[in-house]
Design a protein around this ligand. Structure first.
Ligand code: ADP
Length: 286
């Protein structure tokens, strides 16, 4: 695998607040290692508080590990001289688009970061148009941001990152505040960036069906990686996931329960269609 990001055995504890003079904070990341390949799509799952957002912020140097290293294209995020390069290579999209949009008109918002970099106006125009087309928001370029739906706003936020021409986009629960239609729009835009532009995607999500679209799933638990693999591999570990009170796709859980009841069925069923196929075979006795 051609590596873009290398996370090597990182530990992290949030700084103590003023009242906590002995710093009783515990490590929220405890020995996490992972690589993000060029053009790879990784989904990160795990309970609230398992360390997913902290890990996401490590990937572009917004926070630095207490121990261990994070390399982006071989550059250490702890190295001040690279931080600007790292931040433009790895963009971060957060849960609430309202916290990320800074101007009132769509195209101005997308142009905001490149303008601050001092990029020439002609190049900015090109980048803004391309970024808005990539997320299917070009026809809304002159719209007022506050009139957009949640899914549209989140796509504008993604376009703002794209205008920086990143190699990787890290999305921290980008669909959590959206309705099903908005979720679908954002997911479609994100998967297209990977397939059409080869941008690596790291998607933190609570939605199992979103995770099944990834090349690889990483499951976090109490600041560590509990398990990882392809969606088929990870969701074959239904017992492990359920014993940690983590969800699995409905189809995986149904197949798991039928297997426990003595039916012979394969592992690694993640989609409804595969599940239906297996059940039809079972019922027909083939
Ligand atoms: P997740 O994204 O999986 O919900 P987080 O990375 O947000 O997990 O949080 C991991 C742990 O770090 C939690 O116990 C959380 O309370 C704590 N935490 C997160 N942000 C801060 C912060 N700014 N200061 C102190 N503790 C924090």
């Amino acid at each position: 695998m051609n590596k873009l990001i290398e996370v090597k055995n990182i530990f992290y504890k949030y700084p103590a607040d003023e009242e906590d003079t002995e710093n009783k904070q515990t490590d929220v990341l405890r020995g996490v290692s992972l690589d993000v390949g060029k053009g790879e799509f990784i989904a990160i799952l795990g309970h609230n508080g398992s360390g997913k957002s902290t890990l996401a912020r490590m990937l572009n140097g917004l926070i630095l590990p207490d121990n261990g290293t994070v390399l982006v294209d071989g550059m250490d995020t702890a190295d001040d001289e690279h931080i600007f390069d790292i931040r433009s290579r790895v963009g971060l999209v957060l849960q609430n688009p309202d916290n990320q949009l800074v101007t009132s008109i769509v195209e101005e918002d997308v142009a905001f970061a490149p303008e601050n970099l001092g990029i020439k106006p002609k190049e900015i125009r090109k980048r803004v148009d391309e970024a808005l087309r990539a997320v299917d928001m070009y026809e809304h370029r002159r719209s007022a941001v506050h009139k957009l739906s949640g899914g549209q706003k989140q796509r504008v936020a993604i376009a703002g990152i794209l205008a920086m021409e990143p190699k990787c986009i890290v999305l921290d629960e980008p669909t959590a505040m959206l309705d099903p239609k908005g979720r679908e729009e954002v997911l479609e835009a994100v998967t297209k960036l990977r397939t059409e532009q080869g941008i690596s995607i790291v998607l933190i999500t609570h939605y199992m069906q979103e995770a099944t679209l990834a090349d690889r799933i990483i499951v976090m638990d109490s600041g560590k990686i509990l398990t990882q693999g392809t969606p088929k591999e990870v969701f074959s570990e239904t017992e492990l996931l359920l014993s940690h009170s983590l969800s699995v796709p409905q189809s995986s859980e149904l197949i798991y329960k039928l297997k426990k009841a003595g039916f012979e069925l394969p592992d690694g069923i993640v989609s409804d269609d595969e599940c239906v196929d297996e059940l039809v075979k079972l019922i027909k006795g083939v």
